[in-house]
Design a protein around this ligand. Structure first.
Ligand code: AMP
Length: 213
């Protein structure tokens, strides 16, 4: 099963990608997670990308292309994958199509999640990341706001720099300017399902599952 999942920051695509990855037994490839890992390891690439990410700007297409090419050539993705965060620009669409051609992929499902900007700004103000395992949570849905429900660590929640309101507004602008044309392209060239991201998480998952071949 090969899935491309799209939506503005905070729409819930990472949450759905993780659930689908478990349900369908295919890896979740999140470009945001891959970049944050490179930043925390302080690799030369991570050091270069850090400022761009912290300010909500996009990492250059050629660098992103190298990362995705490596992932899609990895045998772990042979049976399928959930691609979350790529492509985000029209040139990245071209890069992905070239990689798909080279590795012999000709079919995939496209999921688009939608939520209004103001709701996203509100959601992201309540979003925290566990600095121990990278798990993302929303403070509204936690019973114990000192304990990570994923790894059990205590007092490890931090606010991502790029979840500050000013940066979020920049990320939303970039989404509308650069990623919406990508979404439009897939609407015109593939069978896509558009889902209201305000629905409960389980309902969104069910709608996605119903859409999959
Ligand atoms: P995300 O976790 O998907 O919201 O990504 C966090 C940040 O990583 C983005 O705001 C960008 O700075 C960077 N990033 C992730 N994916 C891409 C991509 N496909 N192209 C360029 N930058 C990206």
């Amino acid at each position: 099963m090969r899935i491309l999942i799209f939506g503005a920051p905070g729409v819930g695509k990472g949450t759905q990608a993780k659930i689908l990855s478990t349900k369908l037994h295919v890896p979740h490839i999140s470009t945001g997670d891959l970049l944050r890992r490179a930043v925390s390891k302080k690799t030369p690439f991570g050091l270069k990308a850090k400022e761009l990410i912290d300010n909500g700007n996009l990492v250059p297409d050629d660098l992103m292309g190298n990362i995705i090419s490596e992932e899609l050539n990895d045998p772990k993705t042979r049976e399928g994958f959930i691609l979350d965060g790529f492509p985000r620009t029209l040139p990245q669409v071209g890069i992905l199509e070239d990689i798909f051609k080279k590795v012999g992929i000709d079919s995939y499902s496209v999921i688009i999640l939608e939520v209004k900007d103001d709701v996203l700004v509100q959601r992201l103000s309540l979003r925290r990341m566990c600095s121990a395992c990278g798990n993302i949570i929303n403070l509204n849905y936690l019973k114990d706001d000192s304990k990570c429900p994923s790894c059990g660590s205590r007092n490890t929640f931090v606010k991502r720099k790029d979840d500050d309101e000013f940066v979020v507004r920049n990320r939303l602008k970039i989404f509308h300017d650069q990623t919406e044309p990508v979404v439009k392209y897939y609407r015109e060239h593939s069978r896509v399902i558009t889902i209201d991201g305000m629905l409960p998480v389980e309902d969104v998952t069910q709608k996605i599952m119903n859409h999959l071949p």
